[in-house]
Design a binder for this molecule. Structure first.
Ligand code: GUN
Length: 283
């Protein structure tokens, strides 16, 4: 039986720490401010944005939502970002991705001031992460590291396997594990003998975007298995990328879906926004 890593409780602990620091910062006259941009009416994006705004209110941040129609032009979106870059009361800017067709994720990411890029998606911040000298970490990989730390899972010297190589999760995830002296392998759709590579992992992170992709034969007994997925199964029930019922008896520790990595992403966004506010105000 694996230890179930409780992302809800760990997220609440991180958010409580952020709330305490925010209260102290407010005494010094600074209220962290986050601008959240949503373009179009993707239902999943709407849920994420609502959750982000709610989390801001709970930790004591000021947040502003900018909801733009799906036919918004690039010019309008970029000029909103330029306005927000210049505002002193907004310390973090987040544009919910993916954007509707016709708008470039890349152009928007590069338009956000790196100091306000609380997603850590800008090339300048990605570069900082690569060399291990960073202020912000992308929220999902940072959330995974927080789960490992607070569960007492050691990375140093361990075999770590990340399935998936996206810019948002897989690549930065590999880098963070490497910074903590893990021996890291990144697997992807062209990897040969993927199951055998996964079976060597002491820490296995699934960020591939395919429901129930990780099966029991891919897991080493005692491994820590982290599921970044958020999918719906054939019955419409939320499920991850790990076949939880089959893997849980083998793993040493495992994250559930929901209630594992998901809540951590928002907690780390709060942490990044607080860091941004402190950096920009010299506190
Ligand atoms: N879409 C899915 N995940 C994310 C995220 O972490 N940040 C943003 N901006 N968009 C997303």
């Amino acid at each position: 039986m694996a230890i179930q890593i409780d992302g809800k409780a760990i997220s609440a602990a991180v958010r409580a720490e952020v709330a305490a620091e925010t209260a102290a910062l407010k005494q010094e006259g600074v209220t962290p401010g986050l601008a959240v941009i949503i373009v179009g009416d993707d239902p999943a994006s709407r849920v994420y944005v609502n959750n982000k705004k709610k989390a801001c209110a709970e930790v004591g941040f000021h947040s502003e939502e900018f909801a733009l129609p799906a036919d918004t032009t690039e010019e309008t979106l970029l000029s909103l970002i330029a306005e927000l870059n210049a505002r002193k009361d907004i310390h973090g800017i987040l544009c919910q991705l993916p954007l509707p067709k016709g708008l470039s994720d890349k152009k928007v990411i590069e338009a956000i001031s790196p100091q306000k890029d609380v997603d850590a998606f800008h090339a300048e911040n990605v570069g900082h992460i690569m060399i291990g000298d960073y202020q912000f970490l992308p929220c999902t990989p940072a959330g995974v590291m927080e789960l490992l730390h607070r569960t007492g899972v050691e990375v140093e010297g361990k075999r770590c396997v990340v399935i998936g190589r996206s810019n948002i999760v897989g690549k930065p995830m590999a880098m963070l594990l490497l910074h903590e002296n893990g021996t890291v392998t990144v697997c992807h759709s062209r990897t040969r003998d993927l199951a055998a590579i996964c079976r060597e992992a002491d820490v296995l992170v699934a960020a591939v975007g395919k429901p129930k992709f990780v099966t029991a034969d891919m897991v080493k007994p005692g491994a820590a298995v982290i599921d970044v997925g958020m999918n719906r199964d054939e019955n419409g029930k939320l499920c991850g990328e790990v076949d939880f019922d089959a893997v849980e008896p083998i793993a040493g520790a495992i994250t559930p879906v929901p209630g594992g990595v998901g809540p951590m992403t928002i907690a780390m966004l709060m942490k990044n926004t607080l860091t941004a506010a402190k950096m920009q105000t010299g506190k």
